[in-house]
Design a protein around this ligand. Structure first.
Ligand code: FE
Length: 184
């Protein structure tokens, strides 16, 4: 039985490596985000997490289920919403960068964060134009614009047009799918 389990883990490992290579395709904006990339620690469990790799990820749900913690998976892939005032960034004031917790894509700078009274972290602009992508969302009888990670397609939250100046946008995000790294 132990041998069978070891074989299963081995096959799973090979499958993840194979998919990591075969499911990536070139991103037109393939410039490194940070020249000091070598000094940034990488995610210990998720082999797809990288704060420097901008290659688009098209992974099947079965892989995300394996590499993401359940709490992240439920929001990033199942599009659930964390409870208001329950996340760690809704009242954050640190200076740094918010990355996608699923893939490490740079999403927001703390300069764009604002104190949102709704219970979720708010931002008035993304870090780069292609940091995120958008999709119309007609669920729950509402018309909203869903915000997805531009690299891995993880559900991040929604964007509304009742935000502060200078953009008037309010990116209402789930803390659990954000990974904040303080500036050094
Ligand atoms: Fe992502």
């Amino acid at each position: 039985m132990k041998i069978v389990n070891n074989m299963k883990n081995y096959v799973l490992f090979i499958m993840i490596i194979f998919l990591a290579v075969s499911n990536c395709r070139n991103n037109p904006d393939n410039t490194p985000i940070n020249n000091n990339a070598a000094s940034i620690p990488q995610h210990p469990i998720n082999p797809y997490y990288s704060r420097t790799d901008t290659m688009t990820l098209n992974l099947p749900d079965s892989i995300w289920k394996i590499v993401l913690p359940d709490s992240v998976y439920r929001i990033a892939r199942n599009k659930e919403t964390e409870a208001a005032f329950s996340g760690k960034y809704w009242n954050s004031t640190g200076k740094g960068t918010y990355y996608c917790a699923a893939c490490g894509n740079a999403l927001f700078r703390s300069d764009a964060w604002f104190a949102s009274t709704c219970g979720w972290p708010g931002f008035f602009e993304t870090m780069r134009k292609n940091s995120v992508k958008y999709k119309s969302d007609y669920s729950y009888g509402m018309i909203r614009t869903e915000v997805l990670c531009g690299r891995c397609g993880a559900h991040l939250g929604h964007v509304f047009d009742d935000g502060p100046k200078p953009t008037g946008q309010r990116y209402c995000m789930n803390s659990i799918v954000l990974d904040f790294v303080k500036d050094k």
